[in-house]
Design a protein around this ligand. Structure first.
Ligand code: HEM
Length: 380
């Protein structure tokens, strides 16, 4: 078990113990050891295959595509929600839809763990699942829906298309503690981020490419407020931040956001108001559950302005929103990739597509393990 225990990283920016008491210059060796270990692990990709539903539900991928497109027309931020969801599912015990399970009998689900607090899109998956159940009852797994819906979301956000194998099965358990410890924190430094991704088999280049997902969507103030007002307990802003950008972020997030104050209203630019609700099922976007804090849009120069480029160019200018993002320029290797992607968008698109394919195949469950849930929130 490489993922449990020793690899745990803490979510909380403040009480996070370093995962290595003594980060020594030998860390690249540590990473390569981990990578080798990972490669030796048997995987279950064997029974995943291209167009798995070809006979059992030939229209499955098309249904997912059109449903995501329709939801996106109603509300463009569904694409960011679904993209984030695949990361939070696949990073915790693999792409097995465990993140979708609701708590049962007082046992917490992954949804309840702090890093998943602001996760959205569960209702969108429900809608897609309903469509699929109507067409082919009991056939398409929730785990496949998560990866395929994310793929469509990437395309809608202006990113690349990538082929995916299917045939994933759904877990029968939710891993709330693992999620709490193993999902990376926005306050992590480069060292921790690299270690966390390496333990899932991603090298530095793939890690930099994957974080390009932060080209879309929005980040709430609470995740970067400390950088604006009190960085590392200094009562000063993060010195690595571009000053103009600091002023912009401060104008969005004043110090009172520190305690996710419910009195703050969503800013119109970062949280466009919901057009007349198309359906009450889109519950995570209804005003009652809309996060009340303001935040910063990742594509702050305008929507659709190049998936990838702005993100990496911003990092080179000290305009990363999260500390974890800006840290990509803190190491030579990762900074080189940031530069490469900032100047060569086709290189980024290729690398991002490959990294997303790899993410979508992490520790999948295949027959005879797991199950195909009928309702993505509940084990059968
Ligand atoms: C070190 C790794 C990562 C950390 C610490 C991290 C952290 C965060 C945080 C704190 C937010 C803001 C959430 C909010 O304000 O509600 C966010 C948003 C987002 N993240 Fe990440 N993330 C990481 C990697 C990734 C990866 C690998 C992907 C996808 C492949 C991803 C996709 C997204 C997307 C699309 C959003 C916007 C969500 C939305 O607007 O609904 N992130 N991330």
């Amino acid at each position: 078990e490489t993922k449990k225990g020793s690899q745990a990283v803490s979510w909380s920016p403040y009480d996070a113990p370093s995962i290595f008491a003594d980060p020594s210059p030998s860390w690249p060796m540590f990473l390569s050891t981990k990578l080798e270990k990972k490669v030796e692990e048997p995987d279950n990709l064997g029974s995943l295959r291209y167009d798995y539903y070809n006979e059992s539900c030939p229209q499955a991928e098309q249904i997912i595509r059109t449903t995501v497109q329709e939801l996106y027309k109603l509300r463009p931020n569904v694409s960011a929600a679904l993209l984030r969801l695949v990361f939070h599912d696949c990073f915790v015990e693999g792409c097995d839809a465990s993140v979708l399970l609701d708590a049962v009998n007082g046992i917490d689900s992954e949804k309840d763990s702090p890093p998943n607090e602001s996760l959205k899109g569960f209702d969108l998956i429900d809608i897609i699942k309903l469509e699929l159940e109507e067409a082919c009852p009991g056939v398409v797994s929730c785990a496949d829906i998560v990866v395929l819906a994310a793929r469509e979301s990437v395309v809608l956000a202006g990113g690349p298309f990538y082929p995916l194998h299917t045939g994933r099965r759904d877990s029968t358990v939710s891993f709330s503690e693992v999620a709490a410890y193993e999902l990376p924190s926005p306050q992590d430094d480069l060292y921790k981020t690299i270690a966390s991704f390496a333990s899932r088999g991603f090298n530095g280049r793939e890690t930099v490419a994957l974080l390009g997902a932060h080209s879309t969507g929005m980040i709430h103030c609470k995740f970067f407020l400390n950088r604006l007002y009190n960085f590392a307990g200094t009562d000063e802003p993060d010195p690595s931040m571009d000053t103009e950008f600091l002023a912009l972020l401060r104008s969005r997030c004043n110090n009172s956001h520190a305690s996710s104050s419910p009195s703050s209203s969503p800013s119109s630019s970062s949280s466009p108001s919901l057009s007349p609700s198309p359906s009450s099922v889109i519950d995570s976007f209804s005003p009652s559950s809309l996060p009340l804090e303001t935040g910063m849009k990742m594509d702050y120069e305008g929507p659709g302005l190049g998936f990838g480029t702005l993100y990496y160019q911003s990092l080179l200018q000290g305009r990363g929103i999260l500390y974890v993002d800006q840290q990509l320029t803190a190491g030579e290797e990762t900074e080189n990739w940031v530069r490469a992607y900032a100047s060569d968008v086709s290189l980024f698109r290729r690398d991002f597509a490959l990294a997303m394919m790899k993410l979508s195949n992490l520790q999948v469950l295949t027959e005879p393990r797991g199950q195909v849930r009928l309702n993505c929130r509940l084990v059968i």
